[in-house]
Design a protein around this ligand. Structure first.
Ligand SMILES: Cc1ncc(C[n+]2csc(CCOP(=O)(O)OP(=O)(O)O)c2C)c(N)n1
Ligand SMILES: [Mg+2]
Length: 419
């Protein structure tokens, strides 16, 4: 039986006080506050969605990587390169994890292809002491906060080195040191948690903002309304960020809501709202930074709708060709967030074809090394089947464990992953 580490209980004050493990991002946190259109959008009254195109959409980067005159937020070079690195890394990570799933090396995976800018841009806009309450597609946030790729893969495998000891479904990373709350698959429930955690931070006097994510589908869940209402009434210092990727498994946005935009739902709860091009990392970064600054100075929550697209299936268990048109997917491929940002970097003289080749190899190697390291770890110890629920394992559970162990060697645990 493999040995597993005992996880010590976190001290009560851990949540707001624990220093996040050094994430390779401080440059991003130090970026100068962005200005102009987005400041206006994020701090405007609900009825004035400032923006640059249809339905108040905030957009800074054009498809060809140019920025409209006077709109460049002029982020520091280190921040720009960090954003690019993280977007490329999560794309490669996704690609490889889907392959591992198809090879039966992990049981399940939920990709974010097409949504890299929405996740990476919003997380990078926060300070490392701020907390993240993810929805389904923000695993990259944990990695940006310092969760190593190997640890992430340990979780996907559910091996003995996984901090959740294989008890969670794949993709449900948890990373307290990085102020990344464990993901809940129960749609929308994390919003009340995010709003409440931000309120708690304020009561304690901690300078902490909470970024809570949701999908478009979550706007139909009861917990969305509960979280939004609390946030508005109590002026919780949070940013609620909706990744409108147009689909909730097989349900299109047209069947999800009769509202003209999701962003405008913020109005009903008395909070400013902004609709941003989720494939434009500069715009996402800028609006989120503005919203976080607003929350930090005590002016309450902001609701952000990031308009983006889920280009692959809902998860490795899904086949989207059964319910949506390939032409729609192709149209969104042309709005690729990574290509658009790379074009911008090249125009600014910060990137080149030669750099791209070497960089891609480096990222591929990083993911390869992480897979190799994670696959060296054995399975969780058998006794973890009954530990961590009671302070002392009751006799009845000890007996059950003994019964299970007596079956070992008879292949009782062999079989298809049940999803
Ligand atoms: C309360 C609840 N209802 C239903 C489900 C099943 N379910 C899992 S993911 C999902 C769709 C979520 O869509 P969305 O919020 O748009 O997020 P996305 O998957 O697009 O990122 C549903 C309905 C669930 N997990 N929880
Ligand atoms: Mg969705």
């Amino acid at each position: 039986m493999a040995k597993t580490k005992t996880v010590k209980k976190a001290p009560a004050k851990a949540m707001a006080k624990a220093a996040p493990r050094t994430a390779p991002k401080p440059a991003a946190a130090k970026a100068a506050p962005a200005k102009a259109v987005v400041a206006k959008a994020a701090t405007s009254t609900p009825t004035s969605m400032a923006g640059t195109s249809g339905q108040g959409l905030v957009r800074l980067l054009e498809d060809d990587g140019t920025v409209q005159k006077g709109k460049d937020p002029n982020l520091p070079e280190a921040t720009l390169l960090f954003l690019y690195e993280q977007m490329v890394q999560v794309r490669e990570f996704d690609r490889r994890m889907l392959m591992l799933q198809r090879q039966g090396r992990i049981g399940f995976y939920g990709p974010i292809l097409g949504q890299e800018a929405a996740t990476v841009g919003s997380v990078a806009a926060l300070e490392s002491r701020d907390w993240i309450f993810p929805a389904l597609r923000e695993g990259a946030a944990a990695m940006m906060r310092g969760l190593s790729l190997t640890e992430a893969i340990n979780q996907l495998i559910g091996n003995g080195a996984d901090r959740c000891k294989g008890r969670q479904m794949p993709c449900h990373y948890t990373f307290k040191e990085g102020h990344y709350y464990g993901m809940s698959s129960v749609i929308g429930t994390q919003l009340s948690h995010a709003v409440g955690a931000a309120m708690a931070a304020r009561i304690r006097g901690d300078d902490v903002v909470v970024l809570g994510y949701l999908g478009d589908g979550a706007t139909s869940a009861n917990d969305f309304h509960c979280g939004m209402n609390f946030a508005g009434v109590y002026q919780s210092p949070c940013v609620l960020f909706c990744q409108n990727n147009q689909w909730a498994i097989s349900v299109p946005i047209s069947k999800q809501s009769a509202s003209e935009t999701l962003a405008q739902k913020g109005k009903a709860y008395g909070m400013p709202f902004v609709r941003v091009d989720g494939n434009d990392v500069l715009a996402v970064y800028t609006v989120t930074q503005q919203a976080a600054a607003r929350a930090r100075r005590g002016d309450g929550p902001t609701f952000i709708e990031a308009v983006t697209y889920r280009r692959l299936g809902h998860s490795s268990s899904d086949d989207p060709t059964r319910y949506r048109d390939e032409a729609e997917v192709k149209a969104w491929e042309k709005k690729d967030p990574v290509d658009r940002f790379r074009a911008y970097l090249q125009k600014r003289g910060l990137w080149s074809e030669a750099k791209e080749v070497a960089f891609k190899e480096q990222i591929a190697q990083r993911v390869n090394d992480a897979i190799a390291a994670a696959e060296k770890n054995g399975p969780p110890a058998d006794e973890t089947l009954v530990t961590d629920v009671y302070a002392h394992v009751p006799q009845q559970l000890k007996d059950q464990l003994a019964d299970v162990l007596a079956l070992e060697g008879r292949g009782v645990n062999q079989g298809a992953f049940p999803l």
